[in-house]
Design a protein around this ligand. Structure first.
Ligand code: GLN
Length: 196
């Protein structure tokens, strides 16, 4: 399997390292020419406004948006969650393909970064590191809530899209990335079955 990682800015190296630990190959996407067949896509944490601007300037927006809409498994962490959200409070919509409303910088400037542990459906209790992250104000049609912290939604899934408000790539726990790789493996198997 090969996972593409958007590498314009932010915490992309940490995702790459995590995938290496899980024995999964990956490649970085920085320009249009880097977009090729992949089994999954990771949209990392960083600054969603900067990433949105660069996605358009580098002509990456169209091909990636098309792949996501066609069912490519995608894992958005923190700013990556914002990139996928249909509605963004305090920011602009980027891909807009997931039925969630994301509140940017939801925890405020001072208390924006913290660690906790939380229960995530399908995985169990995992460590969660928040760095000026968003939370999901509202999960709409088909968006399944997977975790809440202090009442706020911090993880959700809709079909091929998995999003979390926190940074699993910064913690030693590999379960969330394994979960995403399972989504990617299933998609790959379905694609192969259709081709036969
Ligand atoms: N505050 C950032 C944004 O709005 C997200 C922070 C992060 O990805 N750690 O894009």
């Amino acid at each position: 399997m090969k996972i593409g990682i958007l590498a314009l800015q932010g915490a992309f190296i940490e995702h790459k390292t995590m995938l290496e630990r899980l024995g999964c190959g990956s490649f970085e996407i920085r320009k249009k020419e880097d977009v090729k067949a992949m089994d999954g896509l990771i949209l990392p944490g960083g600054e969603s406004t900067v990433m949105t601007k660069l996605l358009h300037e580098l002509a990456l927006y169209e091909p990636l948006s098309c792949m996501i809409r066609n069912g490519l498994p995608v894992f958005g962490t923190c700013a990556g969650l914002i990139l996928l959200a249909k509605d963004v409070i305090g920011g602009k919509t980027c891909f807009g393909c997931m039925n969630i409303t994301a509140r940017r910088n939801a925890y405020g400037r001072q208390l924006g970064s913290f660690r906790t542990k939380g229960y995530m459906a399908g995985i169990g209790t995992i460590p969660m590191v928040f760095i000026r992250g968003p939370y999901i104000e509202h999960a709409g049609d088909r968006a399944e809530v997977l975790a809440r912290v202090e009442g706020h939604i911090v993880a959700a899934r809709q079909d091929n899209m998995l999003v979390v408000s926190f940074h699993p790539e910064l913690m030693p726990d590999e379960r969330l990335h394994s979960f995403f790789l399972d989504m990617a493996a299933k998609h790959r198997a379905e694609k192969t079955a259709r081709a036969i």
